[in-house]
Design a protein around this ligand. Structure first.
Ligand code: ADP
Ligand code: MG
Length: 603
């Protein structure tokens, strides 16, 4: 891939010398559109947040520089020196965009489902009309006379001269975005698609991650607008309309949702295709009209039918078929070298009460899923929570881990009340869990999935990640993840896509992910379901070992043989209530338990 990138950059560098001016202009637009599509790729393709409003941010960038560099808006005397500098205008545009994005993000990102795209349409339209409303900004006619950009005293007046600046911006944006995705922060962003519950339980602040990608996408769009204004030397409101917002979204989706270079592929294909159809169709049909839009729409529908991962996905699959296997197979991203191990939490002394639930009750309407449940888990102990299907075990796990909030009752973790607190705060205290219905990122590698669990053990931010200043920490995080992958016996699948594992192995992956957070309490919801006998034995060994290290483990399990040989104590639930508690042997003979199990069908 590194070689591919070099070739791409080389081709871009020589292009203006070998292709006719018309194509240089086309490439300029591909760079500008690609820059916007790149942000959308991050926002929509990776983060799953759909925005139709990106064109408005392009407009903010274009209008800020138009107004400042032409002097339409005068700066206060103290800043007069910077009045006509496009570079100061870029900084101003980015700041303005940052402020607007933070406000719009705060207002709209909380919306779920289709309300979010509708929200982006709403502010996209309002910003568009704002550009045309102010007389000073030229109304619908716009503003002309925008000065060219100077780089080191060298004025960029022609399309060929702007070309390099545009593509430097595009490439820097692409590479920093790529870097960001391949980092701790990037994993937190990619985890958004796996659902809020999993990401938050692993300590990810999902609201923040959403805001981060929203702001990045807005800033990239703003930079594109700035470049656009100085390429055209003229702005009016029309290129910042909703129509363009839709086009940008198409580019991101067609190119390949979630692929950095897909954004540029999408921008390229759509720009060229539109141009080409516009020339071709009228001569073919002998009539003029907007035929290109019709054919274009049909092609898009066809493509999305064929490949949900866009053109990039289509090409990747083709390459996998045509090229020799070795070249396509994903190389271990960063071969996990030994690194300074991350600091570990001090385990609580054996026997200490780690988790205590007092009279936890959870009602769903009329249903009492947990009824005055008491539970105590000690350090260095494995406690099994068993009971027929629907007894309320998973609900109990959710109350304990902050995924859900009890209707009443109290949960203490290491003496601290955690009732009603966010799951990521509880994760920070040292509680980690797996899910009965696996929640992982199928398209991320096993190693990366496990590294999500180590999120709270790193601290490097978005900027550090974008500029690769996080590598020392990243190495330690991945090394820790690799240790856990190996520990649960998935070493040979380390770099495989998590989605390619058998279901039982996916559960095991979730244990490794939970362990990567260095917890003192582990909640495992049916970890042995789907495992083969040997794998179950290995899991039993692992849990014994963890117990030996002083970890507290709470386990929901159906497999009685597995539970009985392994755990220290058992709590039995039925209809949301505790019906028995004690040593495995005692509980097994308890008449109430026998009744519950004979009454309800197991599994
Ligand atoms: P278990 O894990 O012991 O099989 P659960 O905790 O999943 O049982 O479910 C206990 C009961 O609570 C079931 O009747 C289930 O349908 C109900 N329940 C669980 N979650 C919800 C929810 N979010 N809304 C409504 N009912 C729920
Ligand atoms: Mg359950």
């Amino acid at each position: 891939m590194k070689k591919g990138l070099l070739v791409f950059i080389l081709l871009l560098a020589v292009a203006p010398w070998v292709v006719p001016p018309f194509y240089v202009t086309l490439l300029n637009y591909i760079g500008l559109y690609g820059l916007v599509a790149l942000g959308l790729m991050l926002l929509t393709g990776v983060g799953g947040l759909t925005s139709f409003g990106q064109a408005a941010f392009v407009g903010l960038g274009a209008y800020t520089t138009a107004a400042l560099s032409t002097g339409v808006i005068e700066l206060p005397a103290a800043f007069a020196w910077s009045q006509h500098s496009p570079w100061i205008a870029l900084a101003a545009g980015l700041l303005l965009t940052l402020a607007v994005a933070l406000i719009l993000g705060a207002l709209t990102l909380r919306l779920s489902g289709h309300y979010l795209p509708l929200g982006t349409i709403a502010w996209g339209i309002s910003l568009y009309y704002m550009f045309g409303t102010f007389e000073r900004l030229g109304g619908q006619t716009g503003m002309s006379g925008i000065p060219p950009i100077s780089v080191f005293g060298y004025q960029l007046t022609t399309a060929n001269q702007m070309y390099y600046l545009i593509w430097v911006f595009a490439l820097v944006a692409a590479l920093t975005t790529q870097n960001l995705l391949d980092s701790r922060q990037g994993r937190a962003i990619r985890a958004l698609k796996g659902g809020v519950v999993m990401a938050e339980a692993m300590g990810v602040n999902t609201a923040r991650s959403r805001m981060v990608i929203f702001v990045i996408a807005a800033l990239q769009a703003c930079a594109s607008g700035w470049l656009y204004a100085h390429l055209q030397r003229f702005v009016n409101p029309s290129p910042f309309s909703l129509q363009y917002g839709i086009d940008y979204l198409f580019m991101a989706v067609v190119g390949g949702a979630g692929q950095v270079w897909g954004a540029f592929l999408g921008a390229g294909v759509i720009t060229v295709l539109k141009q080409w159809l516009q020339d071709l169709l009228p001569s073919l049909l002998g009539r003029t009209g907007n035929f290109e839009m019709i054919v274009f729409g049909a092609l898009l529908v066809l493509l999305l039918q064929r490949s949900r991962s866009g053109l990039w996905g289509l090409l990747a699959r083709l390459a996998a078929k045509v090229l020799p296997k070795r070249t396509v197979q994903r190389a271990p991203p960063t071969p996990v070298a030994s690194a300074d191990p991350l600091p570990r939490r001090a385990m609580p002394p054996r026997g200490e009460v780690v988790l205590q639930a007092r009279a936890v009750t959870r009602r769903f309407g009329g249903l009492v899923a947990n009824n005055a449940m008491d539970l105590t888990v000690h350090a260095g102990e494995i406690l099994a929570l068993i009971g027929p299907n629907g007894a309320g075990k998973s609900t109990m796990f959710n109350q304990l881990s902050g995924v859900d909030t009890p209707t009443s009752g109290e949960v203490l973790f290491r003496g601290q009340a955690i009732t009603g607190r966010d799951s990521r705060d509880i994760a920070r205290l040292g509680l980690s869990r797996s899910f009965q219905h696996v929640r992982l990122m199928p398209e991320m590698s096993v190693l990366e999935n496990v590294a999500i669990g180590a999120h709270l053990r790193g601290s490097r931010g978005v900027l550090a990640s974008a500029w690769r200043l996080d590598r020392a920490e990243e190495k330690r995080l991945l090394a820790e993840a690799a240790v856990q992958v190996e520990r649960v016996g998935l070493k040979e699948h380390m770099y495989a896509d998590a989605g390619s594992l058998a279901l039982g192995q996916q559960r095991t992956l979730e244990i490794a992910r939970a362990l990567a957070s260095d917890p003192s309490l582990l909640l495992l919801d049916e970890p042995a379901a789907g495992l083969r006998l040997q794998e179950k034995q290995a899991l039993g060994e692992l849990l014994r070992k963890l117990r030996g290290e002083g970890m507290a483990i709470l386990l929901v399990e159906h497999d009685m043989d597995f539970v009985m040989g392994l755990v220290d104590r058992v709590v039995v639930m039925d209809f949301g209530q505790k019906i028995a508690e004690g040593l495995p042997d005692e509980v097994q003979k308890n008449p109430a338990v026998l009744e519950a199990y004979l009454g309800g069908v197991d599994e």
